[in-house]
Structure formats: C-alpha cells, structure tokens
Design a protein. Sequence first.
Length: 148
Amino acid sequence: MSAVATQEATMDGAAAGAPGGVADLPVRVEAVEPLPGLGGRTRYTLEPLADAVGVLVLRSDDAAVRLFLADPATFFPDYSPALPDGLAARLGAEPGAELRVLVVVHPADDGRGVPTANLLAPLVVAPAAGRVVQVVLEADLPLRAPLA
C-alpha cells in the first residue's frame, strides 16, 4: 500500500490535519509486520467506534479479526512513552514526521468489570505513511490498565 493511497482519506474525510484526537488518522493502514496474534494479516481499516470518544476499531481487510484501540490522551493524559529510536524510518515515514500512539483495549470480560488498555505494547501509526507497527516498550507499564 503506498503512502498516496493511504492519504486519500482520514477519519474526518479530509486530508490529514492538525495532530491530536483520532480525526487525523488514516482510514486504511498497513502493518510493517504482522501484528501478534492476528494470523499474519497486514492490511486494516481503522474507524472510530460509534458513541465512544477516543476509541477505534482496527479491522482486517477480510473482516476476520478486529482490535479495539484507544487514543491514550483520552484515558491516560500523562501517558507519554519513549518510543524506540529509528521508529519513523521503520514505518517508512519522513524524518521528524508525526507518529501517533494507540493502545490496545481489552473489553470488560472474564471477571474484569471495566475495559483495560495495554500500555506496555502500543501500536504506533505514521499517519502520512499509512503504516502501523506494535512496539514493546522498555518501561514498567501495565498490560491491563483500567480505562478511566
């Protein structure tokens, strides 16, 4: 998938705009490498979850798998992880390009009364390149932080 193809639309239907929120994220993303546990898939649609501010659905092109994601600024305003060096290049982004961090959300189930977010292994999106990768951070962060 080329950067040109992924820039055709963002979640607000316009070209990528000011950073922040989810409206400036591309609708289509391609994983640099298959995301763990998703059966080797690399092409996804990213869309806001209706009636849930800051929550998105990452759905594979074949619609066989989906993940719930969240903009951490919505739920964890102090979350500002140090990202690995060279990440922009790995994502095919220009030096200094904006990178967006999204956290994987686990719905409330199996005894947990509230949804939780994985703050240790976020997805990082290069909006202009339309590419995504999951990184494991070298920090003491929770795998299941309750959403506030």
